[in-house]
Design a protein around this ligand. Sequence first.
Ligand SMILES: CC(C)(COP(=O)(O)OP(=O)(O)OC[C@H]1O[C@@H](n2cnc3c(N)ncnc32)[C@H](O)[C@@H]1OP(=O)(O)O)[C@@H](O)C(=O)NCCC(=O)NCCS
Length: 174
Amino acid sequence: MSPSLTVSRIGAQQGSVLRELRTASLREAPYAFGETLEDALLVDPASFDDTATLHANSPRLATFLLYTEGHPAGLVHAYIEEADGARAFVSALWVAPAVRHLRGGELLVNFASQWLAEQGASQVHAWIADENRNAMRFYERLGFGPTGDRRAMPSHEQEAESLYVRHMQPDRDV
Ligand SMILES: CC(C)(COP(=O)(O)OP(=O)(O)OC[C@H]1O[C@@H](n2cnc3c(N)ncnc32)[C@H](O)[C@@H]1OP(=O)(O)O)[C@@H](O)C(=O)NCCC(=O)NCCS
């Protein structure tokens, strides 16, 4: 039987869960992210507590956690840029290998997108590493398409990433 998967917004006290999931994702899928495991391990663990508090309460930044049978098994960040245009993004998406292909990734992205839409976003963006073909297929299946924008990946300057976007439909459940 498939495990049940649920998603909820991070709680202010969940800094250690955030650190655990983020370091696990950087260890397991370093090609996917613009930060390295070394970067994350250099950060004072207490700062994850500050991030969790912010992401639990901010109208501009949030983290959503995936649970399987009550155990944390994935995450996604959602944020709205402060720059002109206030574009909305999902980032840092990761699902633990043991529970992949069970629609946990879809649940996370849809939860985050719904929250961004509630904050006023009509489009949701995601940067995807060009070499991460699985993630491209995953996002395309959810209705994201390439904008044509590309840039060097932060922390992996020799690699490029492409900007994808999904247009939210106000009257449709995501
Ligand atoms: C991308 C990721 C979040 C998908 O999580 P998931 O829970 O397996 O996603 P879902 O079950 O909702 O959807 C899976 C679908 O995405 C696509 N997909 C994901 N991984 C795939 C793979 N290895 N090969 C082919 N298609 C893949 C397929 O369409 C797949 O459908 P299927 O399961 O019916 O074959 C997960 O593979 C992951 O954490 N990867 C490493 C980190 C990463 O790449 N993050 C994205 C950064 S932009």
